[in-house]
Design a protein around this ligand. Structure first.
Ligand SMILES: Nc1ncnc2c1ncn2[C@@H]1O[C@H](COP(=O)(O)OP(=O)(O)OP(=O)(O)O)[C@@H](O)[C@H]1O
Ligand SMILES: [Mg+2]
Length: 286
């Protein structure tokens, strides 16, 4: 579909004519995520400059890169929390954010976008639990409200999930009564309660005290071993090395290189990757 055939009208900023929802490539049904030539602007700032990224089902992809390189923005685009200004993103073969009619692309309405977003779980850097709800109430909220599951069934599942993340005894605690790591594990359980096919993690451990990081990473390792498809933005290089099938290094809105952890982390081919990794060693909070 060409740029002229799209019908986004005045939907959003379209600087420099970059708006072009992709070339004619079809979404590959075998891919969990297929991002093709994704562009994103904030005002005049070109934040994503043609990102291509493919994730196969059950694959764990770690996204690394310096602050401001666009990692969070890209995750938010996959989940349609941000509208893209060019390119296309398919999740499980479904074109995100648009529908096609008479050869033209039209922007989906909010309800349809919400439906598309449902199989995607996201865990943010800052735990964003509802403060006035207990752990178990946080977990059953969406399944009961959005999926229409009965409260007793949702509660049974929530208890199983709390057990899975090592917090069976914390079900009745409010977020303020939980450590950051515990809150983050509840946030993961809450995302899992929606039976996601894809989990997006945005630096889930970077706001935690160091002694709390391990428990959260363990939950993520377990999920990966169970075959969950995961895209993980992280500065935890040991986690990326051990758990990722693929590591993608982004800088300044572009994918600079990608490959196995051994290739990218141990033997980066690009100078920018080498610089980033050597800074990570001296200061893991770059
Ligand atoms: N809502 C927004 N409005 C304007 N600019 C934004 C917005 N969100 C992000 N940006 C800009 O987009 C660029 C990429 O930001 P992003 O948060 O995606 O980077 P990041 O790689 O996740 O960085 P970090 O490692 O610090 O989390 C930055 O220059 C940022 O200032
Ligand atoms: Mg970020």
């Amino acid at each position: 579909m060409s740029q002229a055939e799209t019908s986004r009208g005045d939907q959003s900023a379209t600087p420099n004519g970059v708006l072009q929802p992709g070339t004619a490539s079809a979404g590959d049904d075998l891919l969990a995520v297929n991002a093709v030539n994704v562009h994103k602007f904030f005002g005049r700032t070109h934040v994503l400059k043609g990102i291509d990224m493919q994730v196969r089902p059950s694959e764990v992809v770690c996204l690394i890169g310096p602050s401001g390189s666009g990692k969070t923005t890209f995750l938010r685009c996959i989940n349609q929390l941000e509208e893209i200004n060019g390119g296309r993103i398919w999740v499980n073969g479904e074109l995100m954010g648009y529908y096609e009619k008479n050869g033209r692309l039209h922007v989906l309405d909010d309800a349809a976008k919400a439906r598309q977003r449902r199989p995607i779980g996201m865990v943010f850097q800052r735990f964003n639990l509802f403060p006035h709800m207990t752990a178990v109430q946080n977990i059953i909220e969406a399944p009961t409200q959005v999926l229409g599951i009965s409260k007793s069934e949702a509660t049974d599942e929530a208890m199983n999930l709390l057990e899975q993340v090592g917090l069976a005894d914390r079900a009745q605690n409010y977020p303020s009564q939980l450590s950051g790591g515990q809150q983050q594990r509840v946030a993961i359980a809450r995302a899992l309660a929606m039976h996601p096919q894809l989990m997006l993690f945005d630096e889930p451990t970077s706001a935690l005290d160091p002694e709390l990081v391990g428990d959260v990473l363990k939950v993520m390792r377990d999920l990966a071993e169970e075959g969950m498809t995961m895209v993980v933005v992280t500065h935890e290089m040991a986690f990326a090395r051990d758990v990722a099938d693929r590591v993608v290094f982004m800088d300044a809105g572009k994918v600079v290189e990608q490959g196995t952890p051994a290739e990218v982390i141990n033997h980066p081919s690009q100078e920018r990757t080498q610089q980033f990794l050597s800074r990570m060693v001296s200061d893991p909070h770059v």
